[in-house]
Design a protein around this ligand. Structure first.
Ligand code: NAD
Ligand code: TYD
Length: 349
């Protein structure tokens, strides 16, 4: 089994690659990544020399390159995570999101279609990793289910919604073996420190302000990243072709409550008096078109495939803080930009 994972040097992709490489020694896992600002091969140092792991640097927007790679390697399956993923960046530069998230996804579908046409048994899965943000924003009540109508608001969620539609269209039109999952907000080790939780961990460490958009009343449903990777593993191996699964932790928090909890945990970890870190909280101008609330109903995944989250948020957040505090080199390399030199051979591997 040759599996192509796209975006494997990113946050969730690196956890996915690690899980597959360690759990399935008889699979060969190809990690295709462009190494944008979000891609970091230092996320994978523990598995980079394993015999069943191969890294390929490349851009999913480059159709000629993708077609050649697929025809040479004849993958049996794709798990597609590569994307531009930060809402704030999508507000500044929407077109980049159209290229990677929409055109990149269609390029992969086209290349996979050729393998599927040539041998339907051999190419047996196109797994598209998506987000709950395609469903739009909830009011005070209700949850997103797999049948909730799409209603994206940000350029990021609009590009992910578009890619989801293309994946479904390739299943319906060409009978391709596609599966989609839509997950809520992830947190955990290797999260790029411009996203809320790692940004605030880094800022607390350095006594810098914690920027909370608006009044901090927006609600997100947080899932530990390793639980997401476990869910993808289960769905990849067991879901029916053409199916969709929502993945989430039934774990809703307002942003201000997340940051207050983080401040408390870090008061203890850094031996600061109770309440010290909360003084760093600073309310800043709200994000344009900021979705109020996301909440995922993952009953289908729990009932059909027996997956459930393994960690309570308090425990997962403490584990995450511990990871960032004991991996200062990783954090410093990312914040200084040093990490981008990793692949160009300046670091011995
Ligand atoms: P990330 O930004 O940390 O990583 C994205 C990876 O894709 C990076 O390694 C980057 O180098 C690579 N990439 C970007 N453009 C590329 C291109 N044109 N060609 C090849 N590689 C490219 O993102 P993430 O948070 O790990 O998210 C992974 C996937 O999961 C995305 O599809 C995202 O929409 C989805 N998702 C994320 C979350 C979340 O909370 N982070 C939640 C649900 C779904
Ligand atoms: P983010 O981590 O960007 O994920 P998403 O927008 O995909 O949910 O943001 C999580 C929440 O935190 C979101 O409601 C926006 C908010 N936020 C802040 O309040 N301040 C920040 O500096 C950032 C990056 C996000």
């Amino acid at each position: 089994m040759k599996i192509l994972v796209t975006g494997g040097a990113g946050f969730i992709g690196s956890h996915m690659v690690r899980l597959l490489v360690n759990k399935y020694p008889n699979y060969t896992i190809f990690n295709l990544d462009k190494l944008t600002y979000a891609g970091n091969l230092a996320n994978l140092t523990d598995i980079e020399n394993k015999p069943n792991y191969k890294f390929v640097k490349g851009d999913i927007v480059d159709a000629a390159f993708i077609n050649k790679l697929f025809s040479e390697e004849k993958f049996n399956a794709v798990i597609h995570l590569a994307a531009e993923s930060h809402v704030d960046r999508s507000i500044t530069n929407p077109l980049e999101f159209v290229y990677t998230n929409v055109i990149g996804t269609v390029n992969l579908l086209n290349a996979a279609k050729e393998l599927f046409k040539a041998d339907e048994k051999s190419f047996n899965r196109f797994y598209h990793v998506s987000t709950d943000e395609v469903y739009g924003s909830l009011g005070d009540t209700g949850m997103f289910t797999e049948t909730t109508a799409y209603d994206p608001h940000s350029p990021y969620s609009a590009s992910k919604a578009s890619s989801d539609h293309f994946v479904r269209a390739y299943h319906d039109t060409y009978k391709m073996p596609c599966v989609i999952s839509n997950c809520s907000n992830n947190y955990g080790p290797f999260h790029f420190p411009e996203k809320l939780i790692p940004l605030c961990i880094n800022n607390i460490k350095n006594n810098k302000p914690l920027p909370i958009y608006g009044k901090g009343e927006n609600v997100r449903d947080w899932l530990f990243v390793e639980d997401h990777a476990r869910a993808i593993d289960v769905i990849f191996h067991s879901a029916a072709t053409g199916s969709t699964y929502n993945i989430g932790g039934h774990n809703e928090w307002t942003n201000i409550d997340v940051i207050r909890l983080l401040c408390k945990i870090m008061d203890k970890k850094l031996n600061r008096a109770d309440g010290t870190n909360e003084k760093l909280i600073t309310f800043v101008t709200d994000r344009a078109g900021h979705d109020l609330r996301y909440a995922i109903d993952s009953t289908k995944l729990q009932n059909d495939l027996g997956w459930k989250p393994s960690l309570q948020f308090e425990e997962g957040l403490e584990k995450t803080v511990d990871w960032y505090l004991s991996n200062e080199d990783w954090l410093n390399n990312v914040t200084s930009g040093e990490y981008q030199k990793y692949y160009s051979g300046q670091y011995a591997r």
